[in-house]
Every structure is written in structure tokens, then in C-alpha cells.
Design a binder for this molecule. Structure first.
Ligand SMILES: [Zn+2]
Ligand SMILES: [Zn+2]
Length: 251
């Protein structure tokens, strides 16, 4: 199995290790390719992304590292482009398109920040109807390739992030993934994205952080994508070196 990983964060955004530390760890693990994909700048939330004034430095450093380590590993300079980021993506090697927020009347509803903000979005932006939130989320994901020019569709069902209590062994904390409105919403998004022929990630990041017992997207969604000829790509969404290629063999 080719060991490669294209969803990787560093200290330029919300990761723990520098790009060089990630690359050295990748070489150590025997990986043949690594793509660094820090979070694109979002003006409405600067807490986790590459600061606007460091974008040029980010590209320059990864480009220098590509050259430095070219005999040991292929390094790519990518970006995880949020749906609402307004930064250009032209000079990256590839783009991961991700939906982390939804635009609502009074600003942005947070999909993956915390269970508290997820609950707040349900209550205050979607009339306490979690399925209305899910429908709006997947309608936005359906447009992510169009909007961001993504080569890879990031964590397709990130909406499930807080739905499990892994330690307590409880599921469906916020919603039932077999609810017909939920199923219809994700199927519509997969159907809309399939003609683009881009990769859907199988993202093990939620497992690495202990939030989930399975990757994004769910097995049901993975099977639907496969059945309809879609392409899947393993990625770790690593925020630290030890999580590169997290549980890839097994998944
Ligand atoms: Zn993401
Ligand atoms: Zn990520």
C-alpha cells in the first residue's frame, strides 16, 4: 500500500508541529507523499487558520521544503479551503474543499467548533430543527467543488462530529443518521458532487481526536459513493505528527 496523506495541518494554522517536523515524521513512517493543507484564511474567524499576513510565507516555506526533501519524499503544497474563504487558491498544488460553517441571518453557524455551538446553531438558526440544519449543511457541501475548486471533498459528513459520546458508548446525541430527511440530504449532496469526479475523503481525524469511532463519511455514505462510481481517498486530517496516516491500514 502506498503510504500517502494529503490532509495535514501544521503550526501555520491549528496544528502542533511545523511543516518540517511533519515531513520528517512522514519520512520516518516510510510515506512516499505528503500534502500540507493548512486552513485557508477566513475573515470572520481568525482563531484556527493561516493568518492573512503569513499566507505568502506558508507557500514559500513548503516550496523550499519540497526541494530540500525531494530525494526522500514528494511534498505537495495544498490548502484546506473553507467554503466561505475569500482567498485565491490558484497557486496551490491541490485544494481540499470543506464546509465548517453555514451563513445564517446574523452571521455564521458553527458546524464543528463545539457541541455547545452546534446546539446553539440548531436552536437559534434553524428553529430547533436539527434536520433543517443538516439539510442546509449538505446543500452547502453539494456546492463545495463549484465554490472552492476542490480536488478533494473534505470530511463530507462533518455534521456528525458531535453525534457520539465515544467514552460513554452512546450514539445519536443530536440526531438519527437513518432519519429520512438526513438520508435524503446527504444523498442529494453526493449526487450533486459525483459528476465532478473529485475524491471524497475517508478522513480518520475524528477518530484520532477521540470524537468518533468511525471515519468521515459513514460506511453507508462510503458505500453509496462506491456504488455510484465515486472515488475515495484516505486522509488523516492530522494536527500532530503522530497522527499521520492514522489507522489507514485497518480502515
Ligand atoms: Zn476541516
Ligand atoms: Zn483539516
Amino acid at each position: 500500500m502506498t503510504k500517502q496523506d494529503f490532509h495535514v495541518h501544521t503550526t501555520y494554522s491549528d496544528g502542533d508541529n511545523s511543516p518540517e517536523e511533519m515531513i520528517l515524521a512522514a519520512i520516518d513512517k516510510g510515506m512516499t507523499k505528503i500534502g500540507i493543507s493548512d486552513h485557508s484564511y477566513t475573515w470572520f474567524d481568525e482563531t484556527y487558520c493561516v493568518p492573512k499576513e503569513r499566507i505568502a510565507e506558508y507557500k514559500k516555506e513548503i516550496t523550499a521544503l519540497k526541494e530540500k526533501y525531494k530525494d526522500q519524499i514528494k511534498v505537495l503544497c495544498g490548502v484546506e479551503q473553507d467554503y466561505y474563504s475569500e482567498e485565491p487558491t490558484d497557486d496551490y498544488d491541490y485544494v481540499i474543499g470543506s464546509v465548517h460553517y453555514l451563513k445564517v441571518d446574523d452571521g455564521f453557524a458553527y458546524v464543528d467548533e463545539s457541541p455547545e455551538l452546534f446546539q446553539k446553531a440548531i436552536n437559534e438558526s434553524f428553529g430547533s430543527d436539527v434536520y433543517a440544519f443538516a439539510e442546509a449543511y449538505f446543500a452547502t457541501v453539494a456546492d463545495v467543488v463549484n465554490k472552492t475548486g476542490a480536488d478533494i471533498i473534505g470530511h463530507f459528513d462533518l455534521f456528525t462530529k458531535f453525534n457520539e459520546d465515544v467514552k460513554g458508548g452512546r450514539a445519536n446525541l443530536f440526531f438519527d443518521p437513518s432519519h429520512p430527511r438526513y438520508v435524503t440530504a446527504w444523498k442529494k449532496a453526493v449526487d450533486a458532487l459525483l459528476p465532478s469526479d473529485k475524491y471524497f475523503e475517508i478522513n480518520t481525524g475524528g477518530m484520532a481526536s477521540g470524537r468518533k469511532t468511525s471515519p468521515y463519511p459513514s460506511v453507508e455514505i462510503q458505500n453509496y459513493i462506491r456504488l455510484h462510481g465515486g472515488k475515495l481517498l484516505l486522509s488523516s486530517d492530522a494536527h500532530k505528527a503522530e497522527n499521520l496516516c492514522f489507522r489507514f491500514e485497518e480502515i
